[in-house]
Ligand binder design. Structure first.
Ligand code: AMP
Length: 284
């Protein structure tokens, strides 16, 4: 496994692989790798011949007062995971490599980024799409892998790639959960054991949503009220939003029919946690 610290070095490694007609896969991450990231790497190893994992805590997607400084950066452990999972190149650029000068050029997907998490994180998705566009230009992958755990991010990145005719496929992989249902996240590290227990209510509320839809409830407001009751069982949970939206446009659905995304964002102690499930109300 190669560790590339510069744009030039990752480009030349990819160029050599491409000259052997290898299919290039990219897994963009911010490190602190866990079983969620590993599932993306495994999908990439399965579907591609040459896998690049990028590890870069991207400053432009963090708002003021967010956790950019304290975001975990356990590089040695991350490299070990990459070695074990069959990664070919880990791209670990410095901030100076990625943003050598004041950034004046931004990639911004409109509308989709103003909803859900975009309401409390107004610059977040612009940072995500800009760094993804840069990574896609640097690595030039055939396929890039994202997790459904960050459903809005995956939808936004896929839209950017389509709108800008980027020559790659975006694959969205299922959310990996702890046995108790909690979606695995680097930010779970911020939680105490007690808060982690409270956090399991997030998935419980999403399961309730699925159950109600399976039982024939179509009114979002009724479902959201039940989800709110579940989340309110833990006083440590501060609800940011509970939304049931169209899985493509992300617009709120009053009545649920067809493909819908139930999405939750909460603050528990120091951690802002998000989770979602995808449902197809037409398939019952
Ligand atoms: P991050 O390092 O948090 O930026 O995440 C890098 C990629 O891993 C993103 O595409 C995430 O959606 C994905 N990811 C994070 N957690 C999970 C999870 N629990 N299951 C599946 N994918 C995940």
């Amino acid at each position: 496994m190669e560790i590339a610290k510069t744009i030039q070095s990752v480009r030349s490694l990819v160029k050599a692989a491409r000259s052997k007609s290898k299919k290039i896969g990219l897994v963009p991450t911010m490190g602190a790798l866990h079983i969620g990231h590993i599932s993306l790497i495994e999908a990439a190893v399965k579907q591609c011949d040459f896998v690049v994992v990028s590890i870069f805590v991207n400053p432009t997607q963090f708002g003021p007062g967010e956790d950019f400084e304290k975001y975990p950066r356990p590089l040695d452990a991350d490299l070990k995971i990459c070695r074990k999972t069959g990664v070919d190149v880990v791209f670990v650029p410095t901030q100076e490599q990625m943003y050598p000068a004041e950034n004046l050029t931004w990639v911004n997907v409109e509308k989709l980024t103003e909803l859900l998490c975009g309401q409390s994180r107004p610059i977040h998705f612009r940072g995500v799409t800009t760094v993804c566009a840069k990574l896609f230009n640097i690595v030039a992958p055939d396929v890039a892998f994202f997790g459904r755990k960050d459903a809005q991010q995956a939808i936004v990145v896929r839209r950017m790639a389509a709108d800008l005719n980027m020559p790659l496929e975006i694959v969205i992989c299922p959310t990996v959960r702890e046995p108790n249902g909690l979606a695995v996240s680097s930010r779970n590290k911020y939680l105490t054991e007690e808060q982690k227990k409270d956090a399991t209510l997030i998935y419980k509320s999403l399961q309730k949503c699925r159950e109600m839809i399976d039982d024939g409830t179509t009114d979002s407001e009724t479902i959201i009220a039940e989800m709110r009751k579940i989340l309110s069982q833990a006083p440590s949970i501060e609800i940011e939003y509970i939304s049931i939206v169209d899985a493509e446009t992300l617009h709120n659905l009053d009545k649920i029919a067809g493909k819908a995304l139930a999405a939750v964002a909460v603050q528990i102690g120091p951690a802002r946690l998000i989770d979602n499930i995808l449902m197809d109300a037409s398939k019952k």
